[in-house]
Design a protein. Structure first.
Length: 727
C-alpha cells in the first residue's frame, strides 16, 4: 500500500512525500496480536477471502475444506486461497460479515461453539475478526458458579441441622411447659366449675407461673362479684314478686306443645287449683261456664298461630262457687333458643272495677232517664204556658191600641205587655234548650255574607238601643267577609248578644258590632259593650245554663240560658264562642266560625264488613259489588273472632252458613259473646233461608246463596242510611 502527498511552501511546490506499507508486514503484525481465553485474530477481505489465518485457527476453519492453500514462509495464507463461503459452517458467518460492518455472533466450528466479533477496517473494507472458544470464555464463570453452588449446598445442610436442633429444643421445652401448666389449669377449671355450681368462693389454685397465678386470682374475684350480683338479683326478684303480687292476682303460663297451663302458687291456693300442669278441660272447671268458649277460642288461636296476644275478661270460680272478674292478658314469648313454644300472662283482679262499672252504667241510665223526663216536662210546660200567654199578650195589645197614653190604664197595659213579652222570651229559650238536650238539632250550613246579616240584626234592635239611650255602632268589613253557618241560628246568636249588651250597658255607653278575619280560614263576629264588665273569677260560670252571676234579684230581666244556648248553637256550626272582659271597662263577646270560601270537607268513612267463610266465588262477588262502599275483610270463624278481640268489631258481618254447617248456632253465640259482637249486625248467607228462621238466634238479614249482587248492594245502602242513636 502506498500513500503520497505534495508539500507546498505558500504557492510553491517544494516536493512530494509518500509512505509505502507492505501488506505482508501488516499481516505479520496482526498475527502477533494475542486474544484472551485462547482466542486469535484473523483478517477477511471484502470478498470474504481469508487474508490472515493464524496457525491455531487452521484446525477450527478446516483449511483443506476451504481450498488448497499455498502457504508462505511466514505462515500467512494467500487471500485468494481460503473462502469463507465454501463450507456450510462458515457460510452464515460470511453472510453476517457482508451485511454488517461490525457485530458479533456464534459459529459452530468442528462441533464446538465459537464466539466471533468483528469490525470493518476503513477504507479497505476488510473485516478484522476476533474468535474464541465459548467454553474457554465461560470456563471461569462456570468454575465460579460451581463454587457458589457448593457453598449453597453447605448452607442448606447447615440450616437443616440448625432447625432440627432448634425444633428439638422447642419440643422438649413445650413438653416441660405443658407438664408445668397441666395442674394449675386443672385447678383453675375446678374453680370455675365450683363457681358454676353456685359456690362463689372456691379454694384458690396456686402456680409458679405468674400469669396463671394472676388468672386464679381473677377467677376468685369473679366469684366474689357474681356472689354480690346474685344477692342483688335475689333482692330485685323479691321486689319484683312483691310488685307483681300487688298489681296482679296471679301469673299463668301456657305450654302450646302440651296444651297445658300452669298457675302461680298464690293463685292456686286462692282458688283451690292444683299447682301442677293443668290440661285445658281441667282448668275450664274453675272458669265460669259462660266465659269458657271465649277463653277456649283465644287459647286455640294462640296455639294455631292466628293470634299472638290474648286480652279478655273472664270470671273465675272461688272454692265456694262464687265468681270474681279477672282481666286475662298475655302473649307468645319469642325465644329462638328454646324448643318449647310458650305463652305467658297475668290475671288482674277487676271485680271491683266491674262493680263500679255496673253501678256507673245503672246511674247513667237513671240520669239519662231523669234528663229525658226533665226535657219532656220543660217542653210540655213551655207549650202549656205559651197558649194562655199568647192570649194574654194579644188581648193586652188590643186594649193598648184602644187606650191613649194619658189614660191611667195605659201604664198597667204597658206593664202587662212587657211582662208577657219577657215571659214569651223565657218560654222560647226553654223550648230551644230542651230541644238541644233532647236531640241534636239539624243545621243547614251555607255561605252567608256577614255585613248584610249584621245590618239586619242591627235594624232589629236599633229601637231597643235608642230606648236605652245607646247608639249602636256597626263596623262594616271591607272587603266583605262570609261565613259558613245556619242563617237562623247565627241571627239568633247575634240578637242574643246584642240584647245582653243593651240590657247590661251603661247609659250612653259603648255598643259595637263587627267582624274581623281570623287565622286558618276563620272569621270572628263580635259584640262589645261599655258595661260594668265581668270579673275573671265569674267568667268560668258565665256559659252555664240558668246562671246569671248574681243578677237574679235586679230589675234586669233574663233567664240565664241565653249564652249557654248560643255556645251550643255555635258548636253545632263548627264554631266556638268566648269573651274578653274587664271589670269597670266592658265586655267583648265573640263567635268564631269557618270562612265561607273554605267549606270543610268531611272524609267519608267506609263501612267495615267482615265475611266469615272461604268461598272464592262469594268473595269475588263481594269485592266486585261492594268496591268503594265497604272495607272488606275475610277469614274463618276463629280468625274473625280473634280479629274482633284484638282490634274492634266490624260494622257488619256476613256469615256463610253453609260453610259452618251444624256448628252455626255455636258460631253465632261465640260471635255474640265476643267483645263488641253483641252490637254487630249479622247478615246470614245460605242456600235455604227458610231453615234459618228456626235457629233461635238474633240476626238482621238473610241473603240466598248464590249471592245476588243487586240484593247485596240494596241491603248495604239501606244499612248506610240508618243513623245510629247518639246516647
Amino acid at each position: 500500500m502506498s500513500a503520497i502527498a505534495p508539500v507546498y511552501n505558500q504557492d510553491f511546490l517544494e516536493g512530494v512525500v509518500g509512505v509505502d506499507i507492505t501488506v505482508g508486514n501488516l499481516l505479520k503484525e496482526i498475527s502477533k496480536l494475542k486474544v484472551p481465553w485462547g482466542g486469535y485474530l484473523m483478517l477477511v477481505s471484502h470478498d470474504m477471502k481469508i487474508m490472515v489465518l493464524p496457525p491455531e485457527a487452521e484446525h477450527d476453519f478446516d483449511t483443506h475444506a476451504l481450498s488448497t492453500p499455498a502457504m508462505s514462509n511466514a505462515g500467512e495464507v494467500k487471500a485468494e486461497s481460503l473462502d469463507l463461503a465454501q463450507t456450510l459452517e462458515t457460510r452464515e458467518l460470511a453472510a453476517a460479515l457482508a451485511l454488517h460492518q461490525r457485530g458479533n455472533t456464534e459459529v459452530v466450528l468442528r462441533g464446538r461453539t465459537h464466539l466471533v466479533s468483528w469490525a470493518e477496517v476503513q477504507p479497505a473494507g476488510w473485516r478484522l475478526l476476533a474468535v474464541a472458544d465459548e467454553e474457554d470464555v465461560m470456563a471461569a464463570t462456570n468454575n465460579l458458579a460451581s463454587h457458589y453452588r457448593n457453598i449453597g449446598y453447605l448452607m442448606i445442610a447447615g440450616l437443616v441441622m440448625f432447625y432440627l436442633a432448634f425444633f428439638t429444643y422447642m419440643w422438649v421445652r413445650a413438653r416441660t411447659l405443658s407438664h408445668n401448666l397441666r395442674r394449675p389449669i386443672r385447678d383453675i377449671g375446678a374453680m370455675l366449675g365450683e363457681i358454676g355450681n353456685g359456690q362463689w368462693h372456691p379454694v384458690r389454685a396456686r402456680s409458679a407461673i405468674r400469669e396463671l397465678d394472676e388468672m386464679a386470682g381473677n377467677v376468685l374475684a369473679m366469684g366474689a362479684q357474681l356472689s354480690f350480683s346474685e344477692i342483688r338479683r335475689n333482692n330485685a326478684q323479691s321486689r319484683l314478686n312483691l310488685v307483681v303480687e300487688s298489681v296482679t292476682a296471679g301469673l299463668w303460663e301456657y305450654r302450646l306443645d302440651m296444651d297445658c297451663l300452669s298457675l302461680s302458687e298464690e293463685f292456686c291456693k286462692r282458688f283451690g287449683v292444683p299447682a301442677t300442669l293443668l290440661e285445658r278441660p281441667r282448668f275450664y272447671e274453675h272458669v265460669d261456664r259462660e266465659d269458657v268458649p271465649a277463653l277456649d277460642l283465644a287459647l286455640s288461636a294462640l296455639r294455631s298461630g292466628s293470634a299472638s296476644v290474648i286480652d279478655l275478661e273472664l270470671r273465675l270460680l272461688r272454692p265456694d262457687g262464687s265468681s270474681i272478674w279477672f282481666l286475662c292478658r298475655g302473649r307468645l314469648i319469642d325465644a329462638p333458643d328454646q324448643k318449647v313454644s310458650l305463652a305467658a300472662g297475668t290475671f288482674v283482679d277487676i271485680d271491683t272495677l266491674k262493680q263500679v262499672e255496673e253501678d256507673l252504667r245503672r246511674r247513667t241510665l237513671e240520669a239519662q232517664g231523669v234528663s229525658k223526663a226533665k226535657s219532656r216536662f220543660i217542653s210540655s210546660m213551655s207549650h202549656e204556658l205559651r197558649t194562655p200567654l199568647n192570649s194574654i199578650h194579644g188581648f193586652a195589645q188590643l186594649l193598648r191600641m184602644q187606650t191613649t197614653d194619658d189614660q191611667e190604664e195605659a201604664k198597667s197595659l204597658d206593664e202587662i205587655l212587657g211582662a208577657s213579652q219577657h215571659l214569651a222570651h223565657l218560654v222560647d229559650d226553654l223550648l230551644d234548650w230542651s230541644s238541644l238536650q233532647a236531640e241534636t238539632p239539624r243545621v243547614q250550613l251555607r255561605v252567608l255574607e256577614v255585613n248584610g246579616l249584621m245590618r239586619e240584626c242591627a235594624e232589629m234592635v236599633r229601637s231597643q238601643a235608642k230606648a236605652a239611650g245607646l247608639d249602636l255602632e256597626l263596623q262594616i268589613t271591607s272587603p266583605a267577609l262570609s261565613v259558613l253557618a245556619d242563617a237562623r241560628r247565627l241571627r239568633q246568636i247575634l240578637l242574643n248578644l246584642l240584647s245582653n249588651a243593651i240590657k247590661y250597658n251603661r247609659p250612653h255607653g259603648r255598643l259595637l258590632m263587627g267582624a274581623a278575619p281570623g287565622g286558618d280560614g276563620r272569621v270572628e263576629l263580635f259584640v262589645e259593650d261599655g258595661g260594668a264588665g265581668i270579673s275573671a273569677e265569674l267568667q268560668g260560670a258565665l256559659f252555664e245554663p240558668f246562671q246569671r252571676l248574681g243578677k237574679e234579684n235586679t230589675a234586669i230581666q233574663g233567664t240565664g240560658i241565653g249564652l249557654a244556648l248560643c255556645r251550643e248553637l255555635a258548636t253545632l256550626m263548627n264554631g266556638s264562642m268566648g269573651l274578653v272582659s274587664e271589670s269597670g271597662v266592658g265586655s267583648r263577646f265573640w263567635v268564631d266560625l269557618p270562612e265561607g270560601s273554605t267549606v270543610p270537607t268531611v272524609r267519608k268513612r267506609l263501612l267495615s264488613l267482615c265475611f266469615v267463610g272461604n268461598d272464592e266465588a262469594t268473595l269475588r262477588c263481594l269485592e266486585h259489588t261492594l268496591a268503594g262502599l265497604v272495607q272488606l275483610s275475610h277469614g274463618l270463624l276463629a280468625q274473625c273472632v280473634a280479629q274482633i278481640q284484638r282490634d274492634s268489631a266490624p260494622d257488619v258481618m256476613l256469615i256463610d252458613c253453609d260453610a259452618l254447617g251444624d256448628g252455626l248456632v255455636d258460631a253465632l253465640y261465640a260471635l255474640r259473646r265476643a267483645a263488641g259482637g253483641d252490637q254487630t249486625p249479622l247478615i246470614l248467607l245460605c242456600t235455604s233461608p227458610r231453615a234459618i228462621a228456626s235457629l233461635g238466634c238474633e240476626f238482621q238479614a238473610v241473603l240466598k246463596q248464590p249471592l245476588d249482587p243487586n240484593d247485596l248492594r240494596e241491603l248495604i245502602h239501606a244499612m248506610l242510611q240508618v243513623e245510629k242513636p247518639n246516647v
